[in-house]
Design a binder for this molecule. Structure first.
Ligand SMILES: Cc1cc2nc3c(=O)[nH]c(=O)nc-3n(C[C@H](O)[C@H](O)[C@H](O)COP(=O)(O)OP(=O)(O)OC[C@H]3O[C@@H](n4cnc5c(N)ncnc54)[C@H](O)[C@@H]3O)c2cc1C
Length: 452
């Protein structure tokens, strides 16, 4: 009889993990708090669309799903910056034609993953089942069936908690002691808004770009959807800033604000007021915790173990990378869960901490730096170095987004490079003054100091 694994949470991580486990012959029972989104019209959660990049694609490739998922994706080849003046500029993500990020629908992705998991007779989904806790000693997990009110206990050989940033499984581990935990909220909320498709179904603004309206302490971004519309996300302080969400109380406040600071977007947002007041305000937080497992009886994975802010577009990509590395460890340790879980935490923790920090740093870059002269010069300098020193120099953004280097390496090397290049670019006024050989030598010296 094959072993049974209980997964709590059928979001992106839980659904992909179920496929990886089923391919190895395990029985998987996956319990999800929400109804089945394939049958009931519910929000797919957090954000309508997501940027999928190399790490996520690689993990999907291993289970033969990348091609299918990418069919519905829209390539975004760079950032399209919208200043208040309206003179937009395009900042390519890479000089390589095949290096871009992909806008995908969260719902379509989750549905595809669930459909694929369900093709295995050994995978069973239990929707409307909310986990209320578990016994960490014997691995029994407790649920309430929200459609009937009945309670039940599920037991298997082990439990994996993929129940997101407010994980009930993690809460149980927190109560048990010997568990380090921190959660850090940003003083920022986010609001999803829409630029609908034009009357002929086309895109009203450039389709193949991630649009940014950087405004210093706040910003709006927009990602394209396959239906011709864009999902815009306004990120703004809740309070304590010259511009903040608490100031936007009435229809007039909202319209006046958008007309003043994002006039080119506002003209394409006929449902702005409805969207603003009907859509919830989301919060942004970073969760760090450790150890992620208890004696082989339970493991945290995905956002449950390491929720991050969305500014590097890596949360899901990192979670999918979790699934890939977890699968690799099953090659080494079979079904010795205690060993797999221990090795998994040791392998991933440093890297998930690194991407959490990179994501916070990238917020400053997106909402402020992208519009500044030194930063624009730095991007141009990076492109020159990537071309002249191909293979030797990779920008921080590319290391994170288009490569599968450990995040911790990307953080160390990337910060060093950024520091050197920002210093150089602060002293020049045009890119013609940039000396690639001198810059590369300086970067190499700094890498050596790091032992890289
Ligand atoms: C605004 C925003 C934009 C983002 N954009 C990107 C992006 O562009 N690219 C990217 O890579 N990442 C992005 N992310 C991050 C990404 O959304 C997460 O990393 C990803 O959703 C994590 O997947 P998960 O399955 O671990 O958690 P979740 O997606 O949170 O899924 C958890 C699942 O568990 C279920 N659940 C919760 N509690 C219980 C319970 N008690 N019992 C049973 N089930 C439960 C939930 O209903 C849900 O289905 C973004 C996040 C936000 C907030």
């Amino acid at each position: 009889m094959s072993q049974k694994i209980i997964i709590v949470g059928a979001g992106l991580t839980g659904s992909l993990l179920a496929i990886y486990l089923a391919r190895r012959g395990f029985q998987v029972d996956i319990y999800e708090r929400r109804p089945d989104m394939r049958k009931v019209a519910i929000s797919a959660g957090k954000s309508i669309n997501l940027a999928l990049s190399t790490r996520g694609i690689h993990a999907l490739e291993q289970v033969g799903l990348a091609e299918k998922i990418l069919q519905d994706a829209i390539p975004m080849k760079g950032r399209l910056i919208h200043p208040i003046s309206g003179n937009t500029s395009f900042q390519p993500y890479s000089i390589q034609a095949n290096e871009y990020i992909n806008s995908i629908s969260r719902r379509t992705l989750n549905v595809n993953l669930m459909d694929e998991a369900e093709k295995f007779p050994s995978v069973k989904f239990f929707f409307n089942h909310r986990c209320t806790g578990m016994n960490l000693e014997n691995g029994a997990a407790y649920f309430i069936d929200e459609s009937t009110g009945n309670t039940l206990t599920a037991s298997g050989d082990t439990v994996i908690g993929t129940d997101g940033s407010a994980s009930a499984i993690r809460m149980e581990m927190l109560k048990s002691g010997f568990f380090n935990f921190s959660q850090t909220y940003e003083n920022y909320g986010y609001k999803e808004l829409t630029i609908p498709a034009s009357s002929n179904g086309g895109f009203r603004i450039e389709k193949n770009a991630l649009h940014i309206w950087p405004r210093g302490s706040y910003m709006m971004i927009a990602l394209p959807n396959a239906e011709g519309d864009f999902t815009c996300t306004l990120f703004m302080p809740h309070h304590q800033s010259e511009r903040n969400l608490s100031q936007l109380k009435t229809e007039q406040d909202v319209v006046r604000f958008f007309q003043e600071v994002m006039p080119d977007a506002c003209q394409h947002m006929p449902t702005l007021v409805e969207d603003f007041f009907n859509n919830p305000t989301g919060n942004l937080l970073t969760v760090k915790c450790f150890p992620w497992h208890v004696k082989g009886k339970v493991l945290l994975m995905g956002d449950a173990a390491h929720a991050i802010v969305p500014f590097f577009g890596q949360g899901m990509n990192c979670c999918f990378e979790d699934c890939y590395y977890f699968d690799q460890l099953m090659d080494d340790f079979g079904d010795d869960w205690a060993q797999i879980f221990e090795a998994f935490g040791n392998l991933r923790k440093e890297n998930t901490d690194a991407i959490a920090d990179l994501a916070v740093e990238n917020f400053v870059e997106m909402r402020d730096l992208v519009a500044q002269k030194d930063f624009i010069l730095k991007k141009q300098a990076e492109a020159i170095l990537e071309e002249q020193y191909a293979g030797a120099f990779i920008s921080k953004y590319a290391m994170v987004t288009f490569h599968r280097l450990p995040y911790a390496t990307a953080l160390k090397r990337g910060r060093t490079q950024d520091k050197v290049l920002m210093e150089i670019c602060g002293k020049i006024s045009t890119i013609e003054d940039f000396n690639p050989a001198a810059a590369m030598e300086k970067i190499r010296m700094e890498w050596e100091k790091l032992g890289q």
